[in-house]
Design a protein around this ligand. Structure first.
Ligand SMILES: [Zn+2]
Ligand SMILES: [Zn+2]
Length: 329
């Protein structure tokens, strides 16, 4: 996704001039029932347009071999998804009025066997949803006492998959699985868990996604601060050292309200100290809703704006098919 601070090109498609542009005109982290969302692409686009969104991006979850991802991610060859989104683009960009630009995106998972950057997309979000235990081999799985939903199904793995993957632990599935991951993979040391999680996030950041997804997803169930002390030096060091691996010129850091919309948190990702560090690095932000339902398309943007301002940001990105446009917040 190239940079473009001129709005002249974007006016044509979405009918927005620079001074009218706000962050509410852009929602590019969204899901549909083609992955784990609740509504069809058509329903999501229709509601977005009615809400006044001018730059709407679909970002279906990329394929993984994880058993728990079955039915929740796109197929390895997401051609049907692409066609469906591009059909909506035709419809919404060729209107006489109520035009909306449609971006074809994808949220790439750290365990996805798809190549990076993914081909044929306008943009991609880089996200870490899982940690894996590489020390296990297939025979160990038989003796494993975790429920089968947590295991990678090696028999049905895509031929392009990483064969070293044996077991996945979803970071964000629920509190119970978080604790199982902490205790089984890291012997109860939540800071070792955080160090490995952020290392994976840093690895993803080095692949230069257009958007770096929910940077501190590991805090999803930490609203009551009972799982992680986010002021712990090991925790902060892991987060900040890996934030530095991101390219401020290539990646936008998202302020993501998705967990607020689903009632897990009262504040968006990421935490203030991460946002402040990103600003000091000279990085740029984008506000996203990680919307899984039509009524969440710009959910919590007001709180995200406050969070951005609190960290010292004065601008946030709008993603367009012509590139990134910064607008005042
Ligand atoms: Zn995600
Ligand atoms: Zn998402």
């Amino acid at each position: 996704m190239k940079d473009n601070n001129s709005l002249s090109k974007t006016r044509g498609r979405a009918g927005v001039s620079g001074s009218d542009l706000t962050v509410y005109a852009c929602s590019v982290h969204t899901h549909t029932n083609l992955c784990d969302g609740k509504a069809t692409p058509e329903e999501m686009a229709k509601t977005a347009c009615a809400m006044g969104v001018k730059y709407y991006g679909f970002s279906g979850h990329s394929y993984t071999d994880c058993v728990s991802d079955r039915g929740n991610v796109l197929p390895f060859e997401p051609d049907a998804y692409k066609k469906r989104v591009l059909r909506l683009r035709e419809e919404y960009e060729n209107r006489d009025e109520n035009r909306m630009e449609i971006l074809l995106g994808i949220e790439m998972d750290n365990l996805s066997p798809m190549e990076i950057p993914p081909e044929g997309f306008d943009y991609w979000i880089g996200s870490v949803h899982h940690l894996i235990d590489n020390n296990l081999n297939n025979n160990n799985l038989i003796n494993n006492n975790l429920d089968n939903d947590n295991l990678i199904d090696n028999k049905n793995s895509n031929k392009n998959s990483n064969k070293n993957i044996n077991r996945e632990y979803a970071v964000d599935w629920d509190r119970e699985k978080f604790i199982i991951c902490r205790d089984e993979l890291f012997h109860g040391d939540v800071y070792a868990f955080a160090e490995e999680y952020y290392k994976q996030v840093g690895d993803m950041a080095e692949k230069k996604p257009d958007i770096l997804g929910h940077f501190d997803l590991i805090t999803k169930y930490n609203e009551d601060k009972s799982l992680i002390d986010e002021n712990n030096l090991r925790y902060k060091t892991a987060a900040l050292e890996n934030l530095k691996r991101a390219d401020i010129n290539k990646s936008l850091l998202e302020i993501n309200t998705g967990a607020m919309a689903r009632g897990y948190r009262t504040k968006p990702y990421p935490a203030d100290f991460i946002l402040k560090a990103w600003r000091e690095m000279g990085g740029r932000i984008i506000i996203t809703a990680d919307a899984h339902a039509p009524d969440k398309i710009v959910y919590g943007y007001d709180i995200a704006i406050e969070s951005a301002k609190n960290a010292g940001f004065r601008e946030s990105a709008v993603l367009t098919r012509s590139g990134v446009v910064m607008c005042k917040i």
